[in-house]
Design a protein around this ligand. Structure first.
Ligand code: PLP
Length: 410
């Protein structure tokens, strides 16, 4: 009989978002009169329509495909030159990144998971707690962990606790880590790392021969001019870091699908025979073998994010969501809650009232206010006692959530 990848059996059954969906469904069935009142601030999905510049570019691209003379079939697996170059010009200008170091894909979730294919076994993997669950589960699937314990922590991973006392920014560990996941601005905590904090990480990676996997999906939400948008703003980062970016949160592409990965050509890791091998070639080969490129209309749409109109429209979206974040922060504060994040990120990270667990708070918010939040413990055991409110919503919904939050805790 065929066998399975038994690593999948180590995965915890109740993945966060299905469990939230289950509780919301159950509540709606029990309280059909209140179901229509439910406002979802749980999953981090955008709500506002695509920027007009993007829509126009995609329409035009489809029209090109409708005509023999301008029709295109398979594109380059690594992405069209026009988009790779636009990303360099608009996101990495002056940082020493070239267009052929940028790889286009259909999403950062896939990229951050797939990247493990080019790394060997036995790496020490450092992951923050709380964390975007994709980093953990893809390592479990890849066989890089042992079993989970009662708290949900997997044997073999190096967890770096993020809490109020370190401002939800992990300090470099004492131990050696070979692969380090960092996400700034952070999902779920909304924390950002200062230049000095990122310098410490780059220095650490240089000293230990580690690779930093830097997820910058939310860089467009940074308001503070002192906060780096890219890890490559830190000297030496090109020798130690891979950066992931996505059009999902800035351009509203969660349903359109487009993202990029930067792998600088100088980035190396060790082969079994001890020799140093460039990661760029491995990822390029992987792309060519397993991927046939993001769709042409989508890449044209992504390019339009960088046009003057596109930039202005994206800025409006960011302003909208960050305005929501400010309202949510103010309402949570006024309700007497302790809050973090929400200043350079579209997530407000809130401490539950004393002695209340994350899931109790979830049930209370759903049951008494019909507001869906994300329990912090779903992002790791250090998230227990917190919940995340997403600013991705309409203004009317956010204002209503603010009113209900204050009424609930009055
Ligand atoms: C939303 C998000 C992404 C983007 O994922 P896509 O697959 O590109 O939509 C990446 N990382 C984090 C932490 C996110 O929250």
């Amino acid at each position: 009989m065929a066998t399975i990848n038994s690593n999948f059996l180590k995965l915890k059954a109740g993945y966060l978002f299905p469990e939230i969906a289950r509780r919301v469904r159950e509540y709606s069935e029990k309280h059909p009169d209140l179901a229509a009142r439910i406002i979802r601030c749980g999953i981090g999905d955008v709500t506002e329509p695509l920027p007009q510049a993007v829509v126009q570019a995609m329409h035009q691209a489809v029209d090109e495909l409708a005509v023999r003379d301008s029709f295109r079939g398979y594109g380059p697996e690594q992405g069209y030159e026009f988009l790779r170059q636009a990303i360099v010009d608009h996101q990495y200008a002056g940082l020493g990144i070239s267009a052929d170091e940028v790889f286009i894909s259909d999403g950062s979730k896939c990229d951050t998971g797939n990247i493990l294919e080019i790394f060997g076994k036995g790496n020490v993997i450092a992951i923050t707690d709380p964390v975007y669950p994709v980093y953990v589960d893809t390592n479990v699937m890849a066989g890089n962990t042992g079993e989970a314990d009662a708290s949900g922590a997997y044997a073999g991973l190096l967890y770096m606790e993020c809490n109020a006392s370190n401002g939800f920014v992990a300090a470099v560990p004492e131990e050696r880590a070979d692969i380090i996941y960092l996400c700034f601005p952070n999902n779920p905590t909304g924390a950002v790392a200062s230049r000095e904090q990122l310098e410490a990480w780059v220095n650490y990676a240089q000293a230990h021969g580690s690779i930093i996997l830097f997820d910058a999906a939310y860089e467009a939400f940074i308001q503070d001019p002192e906060i780096p948008h890219s890890i490559y703003e830190i000297p030496g980062a090109r020798e130690v870091a891979i950066e992931f970016r996505s059009f999902s949160k800035n351009g509203g592409f969660t349903g359109v699908r487009c993202a990029s990965v930067v792998i600088p050509k100088g980035l190396v890791a060790k082969a079994d025979d001890g020799s140093e091998v460039a990661l760029h070639g491995l990822w390029s080969r992987r792309h060519s073998t397993k991927f046939n490129g993001a769709s042409y209309p989508v890449q044209r749409g992504a390019e339009a994010v960088f046009s003057p109109e596109g930039k202005a429209q994206v800025q409006q979206l960011i302003n909208h969501y960050m305005g929501n974040a400010r309202l949510l922060r103010e309402a949570a504060l006024a309700a007497g809650l302790k809050i973090f994040g929400g200043i350079n990120a579209p997530y407000v990270w809130v401490a539950c009232p004393e002695g209340v667990s994350s899931w109790s708070m979830f049930d209370r918010m759903l049951g008494e206010a019909q507001v869906v939040i994300t329990p912090g413990s779903g992002f790791g055991s250090a998230g227990e006692g917190y919940f995340r409110i997403s600013a991705f919503n309409s203004r009317a919904n956010v204002e209503e959530v603010c009113r209900r939050l204050q009424a609930l805790l009055a």
